[in-house]
Design a protein around this ligand. Structure first.
Ligand code: 1CP
Length: 348
């Protein structure tokens, strides 16, 4: 059994009454830290993902340098399509690319389910090494992309502006889309279970591109698959779901049965928290660009968010999306310090 010096994040996820609000930020292991860029100068992104010593080093940097309450393993959501057999490149400047994306029904023959303890052993090794090096200071989050978001990248081949390829695919190849979503769900479940077995305390599912679906499409192409992941994982670890931009009906989202839901900055977190009630914890949701502001303004935005909630319990502080690469680390530190020192005032 792991003994944690700081288990505030885990107690909050159980919806227990706590002394203050825990804080971490998405993409906290990333380019805004000069110490991350120093490691990245020596190795490309994929090498960093595939070398447990480097992945562990950058995972722990924000714990040491910023003082966040939880670590998130350095990796990427796109390691799954690669492990399914889809060639993956990380181009400097333009970002991740699948040069031969899925476009027709027969393309399903180019991908396969896999055993994560074999194809993604390097991630599991990074998780166990990180847990060892953290030595119980804070818990560790393991993550995956949601089936829908991974299918979006597999069909588009890269990030997109209007998502015409994936939309065309689900209209023209609906059956194949569901077959691939099914395959992705199976591998995500075994991958996340393997991450927990390797020492991750919590899992987060990122559905970044849930936002491009209409409410009916979300019910068809995303929600049932995330639901199956939550159902399978919940007995082994708490589950956080971040369905970015899926803001049409929070009580319907809460039907997923996750322990917590993360929200972007376009929603009123207090209203969401009232709607979800005791069913789950909420995570979020400052606009990431607030970290360009002065320390005083950062603190007052954070205070306004905390003050808007009836009670600080049941809330994990985070940004509404990833921290931007040109933010000054001391600005994030000012936010984290403020939450650690002052958020107790909002706990009843
Ligand atoms: O140094 C670099 O050049 C790489 C930049 C980078 C980093 C630091 C990428 C490429 N991925 C990551 C790490 C990463 N990605 C983490 C690590 C843990 C953390 O500190 O949070 C996580 C959780 C992710 C998840 C991820 N990757 C998502 C879901 C969350 C989100 O941001 O919406 C997505 C959509 C990706 C794809 C991806 N990977 C990298 C980039 C630039 C992108 C976006 C591509 C695009 O849509 O154009």
């Amino acid at each position: 059994m792991k003994v944690l010096q700081n288990d505030l994040f885990l107690r909050t996820l159980k919806n227990e009454k706590t002394e203050r609000t825990p804080i971490w930020v998405m993409r906290q292991a990333g380019r805004y830290l000069p110490q991350y860029r120093a490691v990245r100068e020596k190795a490309d992104f994929i090498t960093m993902c595939k070398t447990p010593e480097l992945a562990a080093e950058v995972t722990i940097q924000p714990v040491d340098l910023i003082g966040v309450d939880v670590a998130i393993i350095f990796s990427d959501i796109l390691v799954i399509p690669e492990a399914m057999g889809l060639e993956f490149l990380m181009n400097e400047g333009t970002g991740p690319v699948f040069p031969n994306p899925i476009r027709t029904a027969s393309d399903i023959n180019r991908i396969h389910e896999f055993d994560p303890t074999d194809r993604l052993k390097y991630v599991l090794d990074a998780v166990s090494l990180t847990v060892k090096e953290l030595d119980g200071r804070v818990p560790l989050i393991g993550f995956s992309g949601a089936p829908w978001t991974l299918l979006t990248y597999m069909v588009e081949g890269k990030g997109s502006k209007n998502f015409s390829r994936i939309k065309e695919f689900v209209y023209r190849e609906r059956k194949t889309a569901h077959k691939i979503l099914e395959m992705l769900t199976n591998v995500i479940i075994s991958y996340l279970k393997a991450k927990v077995a390797a020492g991750a305390d919590v899992v987060q599912v990122f559905d970044t591109w849930g936002s491009i679906l209409s409410p009916t499409q979300f019910e068809e192409f995303s929600k049932p698959y995330i639901k199956r992941i939550v159902d399978e994982l919940k007995s082994v670890a708490p589950v956080i779901v971040f369905a970015k931009g899926v803001n049409y009906n929070f009580s319907k989202l809460a039907e997923l049965g996750a322990n917590a839901y993360s929200f972007d900055w376009t929603v009123d977190l207090a209203a969401v928290k009232r709607e979800i009630g005791d069913k789950a914890v909420v995570q979020g949701n400052l606009d990431p660009t607030i970290l360009y502001a002065s320390h005083d303004d950062i603190r007052s935005e954070a205070a306004a968010l905390l003050g808007s909630l009836d009670n600080g319990n049941g809330h994990i502080f985070n940004l509404g999306h990833g921290i931007l690469p040109d933010v000054k680390p001391e600005n994030l530190k000012a936010l984290v310090d403020y939450i650690k020192v002052d958020s107790h005032k909002f706990h009843k």
